[in-house]
Every structure is written in structure tokens, then in C-alpha cells.
Design a protein around this ligand. Sequence first.
Ligand code: SAM
Length: 389
Amino acid sequence: MKYFFIPGRNYDLSKAELISVVSSNIPSVHNFEFKPDYIVLDSKETPDAIARLFNRLGGFISCGVRYDDIDLILDEVGDRTKITFGLSIYTDKASKYSKSNIKDVLEQVKDLLKSRGVSSRYVIPNGLLLDSAQVIHNKILEKGFEIVIFDYEGKQFYGKTLAVQDINRFATVEYDKPYTNKEMGVLPAKLATIMVNLLGLKIGETIWDPFCGSGTIPLVALMNGYNVIGSDIDPEAVAGTKKNIEWLAADNKLNSVGVNIFQFDVLNPDSRTVRDLRRTTIKGVVCEPFMGPPQFKPLSQAKANKLLVGVEEMYKKLFETLEHIKLTDFKAVIVIPSYKTHNGWLTLSLNSIVSKKWRVDSNLVERDLHWKRSNSIIKRNIFVLSKKI
Ligand SMILES: C[S@@+](CC[C@H](N)C(=O)[O-])C[C@H]1O[C@@H](n2cnc3c(N)ncnc32)[C@H](O)[C@@H]1O
């Protein structure tokens, strides 16, 4: 069966995330087709299994089943007599689809349904696409279906949406948790999810975030069924992360219960904690270090360099500790910042942080991965590193 996936704004990150999650969760043979606006996955897995896999992702807007003919989608209405449906159009010729054209297509589908004895109402997209909020709010997937038209290079095929991104899930982690510390910088929950997924671990394996802050990485990792070790130099962050995990657990949103959060200074690793870490079964590190307070205008070169020296020092020490823990079969997904200065962007070289024992995971990454919000002063560069055995 062919499935389509619609990536979010950072295509290369989303692509790497999907490759990672599919290869660690789908044992059977599968193939990808990568297009600029969508990705097709050819897999023997059932639509339910693909929807479950989709719900683990942070970098995708929707996914669905691909069809060659729109009638095949209508055949699946079965014996329902009343439905709600919607339409989204992905195309390289947007001018072909005016508002009235879109309404005509919706009316045609409504007529086809009527001829099959099904009464229906439709939701008109904003522009060419229904957004996740429209799909969720109108219960389109529960009460009917969303048809997706793919129209590229003069050829059309169709899709039926299986799942859309649960925006509330990310908003809850970002805005509703009891403890937050904006001065320290908080990782977006979608990016934290993508980073956890880039490790490509099996459910139940253990992840360590050594700069846990308010606990975004531990929270999303626990929600996806991983066990978590979290640490921070700041006792307030340690207590806050614990509080946030308890809050999420009380809401029954956690799929895992293996949690250990404690105080640890990466720059001065105490031998007792390092010994304890050696006894754990950590399979990967996911983290973002302190990158300075939020910035609203370009920095001076001196200030950016000072912040970068801090990040460099922190990572050098962290990777020394990781080597000391003697982990094998191990991965790290880390953020290295770039700062916008009056003289252009400044960043660090990976070689200044990690020894030759580490390599960038080339199975996942063809190009450098970035997460940048428009007009932001700090750009996050994401690196997926494996330890050579
Ligand atoms: C950018 S914040 C992490 C934010 C976190 N990912 C979140 O979303 O809330 C960086 C964290 O690194 C911690 N930190 C700074 N220096 C440290 C050190 N030497 N060892 C361990 N943690 C440190 C800070 O206390 C801060 O909580």
C-alpha cells in the first residue's frame, strides 16, 4: 500500500525523522519516494499501524493512503448515510484552482455521494489546504473523510487522510506545564519530538537529557514510550522537570514510567554520578545546552563568540563523559546554535566538540539539518552522531 506524508516547514529534518522512525518500527521491506511537497512510503503495514506511527512524529502535518481514483475513496463510505468531508490540494499549479473551482469539486463529490444515498456537508479549505484545526474541529476524519488531490506536472493522484498532527499535544507540553523558565530558553515540543525520533530507538529504551531545563525532551520522550534520565546543574530545573512529569502523568499522557531526574554539572562531572550512569542502559543522548538568554536583535561578534565558547566547553565535557561511560551502540542528537551577528552568522565546527570516535549519521542525513523560525536571531543546527564501534 502507498502512504503519503506531508512534512512541516523544515523538510530535511522531517525527512530524516521519518526515515529514522520507519526503519526502527517497520521491520518489513519498505520504499520511499521523496518529493519536494510530500513523501510516499510503500509499505505492507496496515493503515492503523501507519496512523500510530504518524502519531509519534513531530515534523509532519498529515498522512494518508494514496489512491489512483477518487471513486475508490467514495467506495469506503460503506453503509453510512450522513458524512462530513473536506478537500486539500497540493499542486505545482496553484493558479489552476480558484475558489470557485474548489467549490465545484466539493459539489461534484457531494453529488456523487448523493447518488449513492449518502447525505453530506463539506468544509471549504482556507486557500488550497484544510488546516489541522479545521480537520480536528469539524471531526472530519471521524464523521467522514478528507480527500487530498496531488496535481504535479500535469498528473493527478488522490489521497485519503489517515491522521493529522495533534496540535494540542505539542501546545500542552509547551504552554500548560506548571514549571517553565523562559530565561533559559525552551525547546519547541515539535523539535524535541523530532530530535528524540532521530535517535531511532526501540520503545522502552533509555534516553538521557543532560540539560533538561523544564523537561521538554523528557516529557516528549516519555509520551512516546521511552525511559528517561534527565539532569541539570540547576536544582530549580530538576525540581521543575519532576513537577512537569508528575503533572503529565496525572493527566494519563505518559506511555512510559522509567524516570530518573537529578542534579548534575556537565562541566564538573562527579565520579559517583558517572559511575551510576555507567550502570544504566542509556542508548542515546538528546539535548540542547544553555545558548544564552532569548535574543531579539543581532549580536555583536564578541558576544556571539562568548556564547559559542560556553557551548563548546559544555559539549567537549559532555562527550568526554560519554566516552568515559563506555557506551557502545550509542547515538547523540544535539543542537549547536548559530547566532546572527552584525557581520553575518557565527557557529561552531563539530570537530571542535567531538573526537574522531563520533561520526555524523549519513544514513539519515544528506544535508545539514536546521530548525529556524523566520526572523529569529538564533538558528538551531541539529546533528545526529553515532559512536564508532
Ligand atoms: C536551553 S536550557 C534547556 C532547555 C530545555 N531543553 C527545555 O526545553 O526546557 C539549558 C539548561 O542547561 C542547564 N545548564 C547550564 N549549565 C549546565 C551545566 N554545567 N551542567 C548541566 N546543566 C547546565 C541550565 O540550567 C538550563 O536548564
